[in-house]
Design a protein around this ligand. Structure first.
Ligand code: GAR
Length: 212
């Protein structure tokens, strides 16, 4: 059975969704860059190994990433899963896990890479927003896309209400992406594209606001 290591920075609701999803892989460990990440408690309560590599203990990104890689590699994972891991990673770190590190991002990439995605979507007045699971490459929030979910932006939405709607979908698509990758139904091909041995199900159209 394949092994995954999950990296978190705080709340850990995506991590929790993965722990509850009965994935076809073993969750070898949850690692955080913050000792006070709430998600660590949730993982410990389920008997999952946890580790903390605090970025504050290191003088620069290179030495932090080296220590993080050492912690990750001690569990020998097939897949590294960034679930709300809020650190910019060095190119060397990304290269080390090329093709075996994925991230969840709260926007329909390539729109709204970076932070404050919900605030920026509301400011722009977009009618559809969402979330993306993608492979991690050197360019921030830019790797091959595995799955996305779109949600309507509703009148009166605040960053909090929109974020909650998106997060609900994050908890659905993240387990699906890992199920595909660990089950061998999707992988990254030599050209860096997502390949599949299944006929893809078509998604449904979202029109927002709806037609009269
Ligand atoms: C999630 O919305 C995730 O998509 C986002 O942080 C949140 C973590 O919540 N990640 C990023 O913004 C990465 N660029 P969680 O800790 O409850 O899973």
């Amino acid at each position: 059975m394949k092994k995954i290591v999950i990296l978190i920075s705080s709340r850990g609701s995506n991590m929790q969704a993965l722990l509850e999803a009965k994935l076809p892989c073993r969750i070898a460990a949850v690692i955080s860059n913050r000792a006070d990440a709430q998600g660590l408690e949730i993982a410990r309560a389920r008997g999952i190994s946890t580790a903390v590599v605090s970025h504050r203990d290191f003088a620069d990104r290179e030495s932090f990433d080296a220590a993080l890689a050492e912690a990750i590699d001690s569990f020998q994972p097939d897949l590294v899963v960034l679930a709300g891991f809020m650190r910019i990673l060095t190119d060397g770190f990304v290269e080390r896990y090329a093709g075996r590190m994925i991230n969840i991002h709260p926007s329909l990439l390539p729109a709204y890479a970076g932070v404050n995605t919900h605030e920026r979507a509301l400011q722009d007045g977009v009618k559809i927003h969402g979330c993306t699971v993608h492979f991690v490459t050197a360019k921030l929030d830019n790797g091959p896309i595995i799955i996305q979910a779109a949600v309507p932006v509703l009148p009166g939405d605040t960053p909090d209400t929109l974020s909650a709607r998106v997060l609900h979908e994050e908890h659905r698509i993240f387990p699906q992406a890992i199920r595909w990758l660990c089950g061998g139904q999707r992988w990254l091909d030599a050209q860096g594209r997502i390949a599949s041995n299944r006929i893809e199900q078509v998604g449904t159209t979202l029109i927002s606001p709806g037609l009269d």
